[in-house]
Design a protein around this ligand. Structure first.
Ligand SMILES: Cc1cc2nc3c(=O)[nH]c(=O)nc-3n(C[C@H](O)[C@H](O)[C@H](O)COP(=O)(O)O)c2cc1C
Length: 198
């Protein structure tokens, strides 16, 4: 299946062809490619350049980290994410390292870094499926995440599996057309809720 977003205005091809698969090929992700994906996170913007993101990453069949991450995921995510060649947990640090003050932008900056990772991944024909269905307490216990940091999201990364031997219900989920709000529902001017004219 080729999910190309029916955009209302032209956008970069790599944004229009990004989507979240439920079926991944078993093909491993080369080490250097994965490094490029994290390098994209490294060069993301962040409030006061705090770089509050941290990642716990696993490559399938390397050691038990992959299974340990799977066990931290919500059951509904485990069924498909366990097949992904790369799994990671996105973590943010709550406070600025120097002042100890709360960093309100930390989850935002983790998300922005994740966005850059998705974009870089697409350059290597990789797809990413992000997950909020993750048990932060289980991740804390499993991986020794300190109290000043929070496991927030997970990501499954891998190549698309074009072969038709995957679970039919997962294929069905993938095939569902993805709806989006029109811009008039989220780009406002004058008053909240008033569609922007510009
Ligand atoms: C922060 C975040 C959390 C998400 N959590 C889950 C999740 O736990 N399980 C899941 O199947 N999909 C999850 N998704 C994927 C979304 O459902 C998906 O991005 C959305 O339906 C749009 O589809 P698309 O990515 O294919 O365009 C998540 C996406 C984001 C950005």
């Amino acid at each position: 299946m080729n999910n190309i977003a029916p955009t209302h205005f032209p956008i970069d091809d790599r944004l229009a062809t990004r989507w979240s698969p439920y079926v991944f090929s078993e093909q491993p992700v080369p080490r250097d490619t994965l490094r490029s994906v994290f390098e994209a996170a490294r060069w993301s913007a962040s409030s006061f350049n705090e770089q509050p993101w941290r990642f716990l990453v696993s490559r399938k069949n390397r050691d038990d980290t992959h299974d340990r991450i799977v066990n931290c995921l919500a059951e509904g995510n485990q069924v498909w994410a366990k097949h992904a060649p790369v799994l990671l947990i996105g973590i943010y640090r709550h406070r600025f390292a120097e002042s100890g003050k709360e960093n309100k932008a930390a989850p935002h900056d983790l998300g922005l870094a994740a966005g850059q990772m998705v974009f870089e991944a697409s350059r290597h024909d990789l797809f990413v499926h992000m997950m909020i269905g993750l048990d932060p307490a289980a991740a804390r216990r499993t991986f020794g995440i300190p109290n000043d940091a929070e496991a927030y999201t997970a990501m499954a990364i891998g190549y698309r599996d074009a072969a038709d031997n995957a679970d039919a219900s997962l294929r069905e989920r993938e095939a569902k057309p993805c709806q989006r709000l029109p811009q008039c529902d989220f780009v406002f001017s004058n008053q909240f809720g008033t569609s922007a004219e510009f």
